[in-house]
Design a protein around this ligand. Sequence first.
Ligand code: ATP
Ligand code: MG
Length: 240
Amino acid sequence: MIPSVQQIIELERKLAVMEDNLKKEKLFAIGELSARLAHDIRNPLSVIKTSINILVSKGDVDAKTMEMYERMERAVERITYQIDDVLNFVKPRVSSLKNTSLDEILASVLARIEIPKTVVMTTPTKNIEFVGDIISLEIVFVNLITNALQAINNSGEITISADVQNEKIIIKIHDNGPGMPSDVVPKIFDPLFTTKQTGTGLGLTSCKTIIEQHGGHIEVESAVGKGTTFVVTLPYRRII
Ligand SMILES: Nc1ncnc2c1ncn2[C@@H]1O[C@H](COP(=O)(O)OP(=O)(O)OP(=O)(O)O)[C@@H](O)[C@H]1O
Ligand SMILES: [Mg+2]
């Protein structure tokens, strides 16, 4: 018997649901495994980090050896960054809503990221005090600013602006990098999507989860040659 159009549509829908469930199960399994791995790597990694720091601080070695120490330091930093990326993705918890402010969050984020002198960084002129989870919001801005720095290749402009409109906080992070092609834009919040050689593709997925756990949303405006703007919208819960 030839199936009707209706039956085909229904079959396709079921297939799509099955595929979606399979993808979720796979992601869950990957998440569990990566979390355990990432967690277990952290301790030996910090032993290596501390040991290199001690060796560097002694300083009684020739230039070539020092260069090797510094290479090791950078390699450890890269592994640490990727582990944090995985852990932030697997366990993004908005655990404690407290009085905070945009100034407080950005100051702490900018203390963690090295901004090269070749970057013109503009931060909001007006502070906004609100209720949010500072730890997880820091993860959001570390990721967005790191992406912007990578997009401009450490040389260009990054502008962060913020405003309150209709009981919502709107924060924009703009960079004058190359922008994204239209076929890339719909994929950037998907887990493991990356166009970078050393990227994990988890940064924006974590940002989206955290912002949504706050009751907000994140959007992007980007086009090739026009740079990129991420727009973060958060509910404006006033401090008490
Ligand atoms: N500011 C930006 N300008 C241009 N492309 C961007 C920008 N931010 C994100 N992207 C694109 O979105 C992709 C996904 O970003 P995401 O932060 O999730 O992962 P990633 O930066 O590749 O790796 P990581 O997990 O280390 O953050 C990037 O690979 C890049 O193609
Ligand atoms: Mg990233």
